[in-house]
Write a protein of this length. Structure first.
Length: 227
């Protein structure tokens, strides 16, 4: 389980990271709103611990923007004792729960476990765009009800694209998230392009509405019609 801790106070962030790692969570820390926003848009987390009081882009702004973009990762807000209005606004803006600082670590753990349980229960079993449907349980792919055979890798690529539909997907994002290649690894742009071309043939050939689009010089986008 991977948790993103968004907290500008380094001491607090470090304590949270160490405590949660002690409970066998994978923990990443973002110290600014900008960094948090970037991470949420390019990586997958199971939960976000979000401090509302951040310099620059505020926690509330981040929350609203990621929810608007369809990111459904559970968000647990960390708020100041006197900021009751913030808590209400946070919950109205798509936060799942909040915790008032200072809090007991055991309380934090209990909230995290509860949210992760809830998250799993509500996990999506299908991803879709237009008439393309991906069943994550049976791993079957159909377009207009007709089965499409894809390889495991193609399935993973398409799953990643479906989870980020409407967004520009850069090749290095795909390399990192699908192939698990770090930035230092050999560039695999050609490999990615070959897979995308193959997926395109399987999904878009002979279809009036194209779903996979090239964003020139940047990467790809999955959406209904031209971007
Ligand atoms: Ca803070």
């Amino acid at each position: 389980m991977r948790i993103l801790v968004v907290e500008d106070e380094h001491k607090v962030a470090k304590a949270l990271k160490e405590g949660l790692e002690g409970e066998h969570y994978d923990v990443d820390v973002a110290h600014t709103g900008e960094d948090a926003f970037f991470r949420v848009n390019t990586e997958q987390f199971d939960m976000i611990l979000l401090d509302l009081n951040l310099p620059g882009r505020s926690g509330m702004e981040i929350l609203k923007t990621i929810r608007k973009r369809g990111v459904e990762t559970p968000v647990l807000l960390l708020t100041a004792r006197d900021a009751v209005e913030d808590r209400v606004a946070g919950l109205n803006s798509g936060a799942d729960d909040y915790l008032v600082k200072p809090f007991a670590f055991t309380e934090l753990l209990a909230r995290i476990r509860a949210l992760l349980r809830r998250g799993r229960a509500a996990e999506t079993l299908h991803l879709c765009i237009a008439d393309l449907d991906m069943d994550l349980v049976t791993r079957k792919l159909t377009r207009s009800g007709k089965a499409i055979e894809v390889t495991t890798r193609e399935f993973e690529i398409l799953e990643f694209m479906l989870r980020h539909q409407g967004q520009v997907i850069m090749r290095d994002m795909m390399a990192r998230e699908v192939w698990k290649e770090s930035a230092r690894g050999t560039p695999i742009n050609n490999v990615i392009d070959v897979h995308i071309a193959r997926l395109r043939r399987k999904i878009d050939q002979d279809q009036t509405v194209k779903l996979i689009h090239t964003v020139r010089g940047v990467g790809f986008m999955l959406r209904e019609g031209e971007p």
